[in-house]
Design a protein around this ligand. Structure first.
Ligand code: ZN
Length: 398
């Protein structure tokens, strides 16, 4: 029997879900030549990928790593502006040796989905290089998608030439994992290596394989340039809690253990993932004025409000409603609600969100009189989430 009841006096936001360089066309010879000039290793030859899945041009890699380790580099959460793709246009191609197999074709489709995830929410555009591709965007820079043995990629744009993004069996058919790699391509580093990460997570070095320690080097504490956005444990650019373990199962532990289920997700771009790219590429530069977005929404690429997950409306003032009796904005000083059709089972793929608004300075509390939810030990599919960290961040689940 799957049923759920939620009765409360006040709450903030509650969500219930059951689901949820100038390369001309055909210029591969030039690409190979540039690769040689740049001494850029093929990914599968590079056993020391930076931060586990980021490939650096090898002549720069050691220098950068040393600078970060010594604290002499002002490392930011995102790459320097010179690494940004001009006009947000990323030209890509599939490597000449791309396998014409079932998995090869499936991986191409997954990659297109991953690109769409970013394109739909930001102003970046991925353009596949074909014999008829006009010379647009960042002339001469691009992404060469290869099929290999590891899931790793360049971060940001190479000054010249096509850098590799390598897909392998464990990410080839997963659009979310590929979207993570594309996040690096767009210029975003890992969330869990932010200089302030120790306030939010504990990296269990004793549980990690020793050769993985280098993937968890955090930036110097004095470097706060990246702290203009909250630490986003639900980012698609955050590793999960069970990676690269040697002894114990858990290698990254959120300080708030209730956030374990949202850490390392590869199902969607978080609100802040999207905002980061929109900011990085100034996607709203053509919007001198727009609506005054509420509830932490902001002016997005199409000059309308981009809202936190589950909020909608011209000013982000409403919640997304999948059913008429499911979700809404509550402004009364007290009230009750339940899952749709309670005490019957809730239907699959139901997502209900309530936004509770109190007056400034008031506190909001929830009282549960009955609670039952589909059996999901990890709270991935069936869950109750209370956004106690604000509207833009994931909250505790289940
Ligand atoms: Zn990564």
């Amino acid at each position: 029997m799957r049923k759920l009841l939620l009765i409360l006096d006040f709450l903030l936001c509650l969500s219930l879900s059951t689901s949820h360089t100038s390369f001309l066309p055909g210029d591969s010879k030039n690409a190979r030549q540039h690769r040689k000039e740049l001494n850029l290793k093929r990914p599968s030859e590079d056993s020391t990928a930076f931060e586990s899945d980021i490939i650096l041009a090898s002549e720069k890699a050691n220098k950068l790593a040393k600078e970060i380790l010594s604290g002499n580099r002002k490392r930011r959460q995102t790459v320097q502006a010179t690494k940004i793709w001009p006009n947000g246009i990323i030209v890509y191609k599939y490597d000449d040796n791309w396998p014409n197999s079932k998995l090869g074709n499936l991986s191409k489709r997954s990659m297109e989905k991953a690109m769409k995830m970013w394109q739909d929410k930001t102003c970046v555009i991925f353009i596949r290089q074909t014999p008829t591709t006009p010379r647009i965007g960042s002339y001469g820079s691009g992404v060469n998608i290869v099929f290999g043995h590891m899931c790793q990629t360049i971060a940001g744009r190479l000054e010249y030439g096509f850098g590799d993004l390598e897909v392998a069996g464990n990410c080839a058919d997963n659009p979310g994992k590929l979207a993570h790699l594309l996040g690096h391509v767009l210029g975003i580093f890992h969330q869990h290596n932010r200089p302030d990460r120790d306030k939010y997570i504990t990296v269990m070095f004793e549980a990690l394989k020793q050769d993985a320690w280098k993937f968890f080097i955090k930036a110097n504490e004095n470097h706060t340039e990246q702290l203009n956005k909250p630490y986003d444990i639900g980012s698609i650019m955050h590793l999960g809690g069970h990676v690269m373990f040697n002894k114990y199962n858990i290698t990254i532990q959120p300080k708030d253990k209730r956030l374990m289920a949202v850490m390392g997700q590869r199902t969607h771009l978080s609100f802040l993932d999207i905002k980061k790219v929109n900011d990085l590429y100034t996607c709203n530069r053509n919007c001198p004025r727009g609506p005054k977005c509420k509830n932490e929404g902001y002016i997005g690429p199409n000059c309308s409000c981009t809202c936190p997950l589950d909020l909608t409306g011209r000013k982000c003032q409403k919640v997304v409603q999948s059913f008429s009796e499911c979700g809404g904005v509550l402004k009364r000083s007290s009230g009750t609600f339940s899952s749709p059709g309670y005490s019957q089972k809730y239907q699959n793929s139901t997502r209900c969100t309530w936004l509770i608004q109190g007056t400034a300075g008031s506190s909001i509390s929830l009282n549960f009189t009955s609670f039952e939810i589909g059996d999901d030990a990890n709270c991935y599919n069936d869950f109750l989430e209370v956004k106690t960290y604000g509207l833009t961040l994931e909250g505790p689940r289940c």
